[in-house]
Design a protein around this ligand. Structure first.
Ligand SMILES: Cc1cc2nc3c(=O)[nH]c(=O)nc-3n(C[C@H](O)[C@H](O)[C@H](O)COP(=O)(O)OP(=O)(O)OC[C@H]3O[C@@H](n4cnc5c(N)ncnc54)[C@H](O)[C@@H]3O)c2cc1C
Ligand code: FES
Length: 326
């Protein structure tokens, strides 16, 4: 058996309406977690990850904050169908969008619901370190700003160490590269944390790198799912996937992950972050070998026992069989 990557019941204690389309769920959960991590919920027959907006250092209760996505399955179900007292099924906290133990200043950029893990990081850095913290939050308009009050309180409590700037598209248009450079000016030695819509994160990353930031100081959390890369050429060998006790085999393709092979076989295996962080996609290699590109979720013993993150694993032998746990 792999370490506990399974699901645990968590009860909703309270629900806080943050904005018209964003709610915070206060959960009756005693998980240990680090600022910046997320839970993965099993809901509507699928899996979705949501970051903690609470800080393990300052908040007695664990909270996740969910923004409605138009047409989205789980976010709308959470908003429309969940009430205090209801149970959710969640994994243990996971993720590597966490603070480093360094004295470097922290400069964060969030867009929309990307402020969720960033708030947790900001609260924790202010409470547990002497680091200076600067945050640019970008939102569509004034009504869309999440956590305005709590950020204002922090700015008041830490006037010498914390500065927050609310960027509103309705007033200033989208954030620009020069705006990012201006905001980061004088803080090139900082740790930069970025979370928001993909185009926003790409722009911030590009601007910081062009400005001379070290790529090793950039920490990025992607909420959106990566598009599958077009599959490579067929190559010698096969990939067999055992899901719900049934075996499916497809020809091997170069550069394709085991998760992508499973999808190509017409299957819907479990996954969430597709970044090697959550272990939702875990399976066991029972024949052949596979190599992970990124592994932030499995320990050495699990890897030695053949467990693999299928979103990161690529075949390293002609024939590979992976078995998903029932
Ligand atoms: C590590 C991590 C942390 C996250 N943290 C947070 C957080 O703190 N807060 C938060 O709000 N979100 C967070 N997310 C995002 C969250 O997990 C969900 O992706 C988000 O809520 C959307 O899920 P959904 O089921 O509502 O939408 P989905 O059903 O996944 O739909 C997403 C979009 O795709 C469109 N779509 C769906 N199906 C189709 C189709 N067949 N054809 C065309 N378009 C389609 C929908 O219209 C919608 O626009 C996080 C994600 C990750 C990976
Ligand atoms: S889907 Fe999260 S580690 Fe693979």
């Amino acid at each position: 058996m792999a370490r506990d990557h399974g699901f645990h019941p968590v009860r909703i204690k309270r629900i806080i309406q943050e904005t018209a389309d964003t709610r915070t769920y206060v959960l009756d959960a005693s998980f240990d977690y680090q600022a910046g991590q997320f839970l993965t919920f099993k809901a509507c027959g699928t899996l979705r990850s949501y970051s903690m907006s609470s800080s393990p250092a300052t908040d007695p209760e664990l909270t996740t904050t969910v923004k409605r996505v138009p047409g989205g399955l789980v976010s709308n179900w959470m908003h429309d169908d969940l009430s205090p007292g209801d149970l959710l099924e969640a994994t243990l906290p996971a993720g590597v969008f966490c603070l480093r133990e360094t004295g470097a200043p922290l400069v964060a950029f969030s867009g929309g619901s990307g402020v969720t893990p960033v708030l947790s990081l900001v609260k924790t850095a202010l409470a547990t370190t002497d680091r200076r913290v600067r945050l640019l939050t970008a939102d569509r308009d004034d009504e869309s700003v999440i956590f305005r009050a709590v950020l204002a309180e922090l700015a008041e409590r830490y006037p010498d160490r914390f500065e927050v700037h609310h960027h509103l598209d309705s007033l200033s248009g989208f954030v620009t590269e020069s705006g990012v450079k201006e905001f980061a000016a004088g803080a090139l030695d900082a740790d930069f944390y970025i979370c928001g819509p993909d185009p926003f994160m790409d722009l911030v990353e590009r601007a910081l790198l062009a400005h001379g930031a070290d790529p090793g100081q950039l920490f990025i959390e992607r909420f959106g799912l990566e598009e599958d890369e077009p599959a490579g050429e067929e190559t010698e060998g096969t990939v067999s996937i055992v899901l719900a006790g049934k075996k499916h085999t497809v020809p091997r393709r170069s550069g394709e992950t085991l998760l992508q092979s499973a999808r190509r076989a017409g299957l819907s295996p479990p996954f969430s972050c597709e970044a090697g962080n959550c272990a939702t996609c875990i399976a066991q290699v029972t024949e052949g070998a596979a190599q992970m590109k990124i592994n932030n979720a499995l320990d050495d013993d699990e890897v030695a026992d053949g467990w693999i993150l299928t979103c990161q694993g690529e075949p390293a032998s002609p024939h590979v069989t992976v078995v998903y746990e029932d």
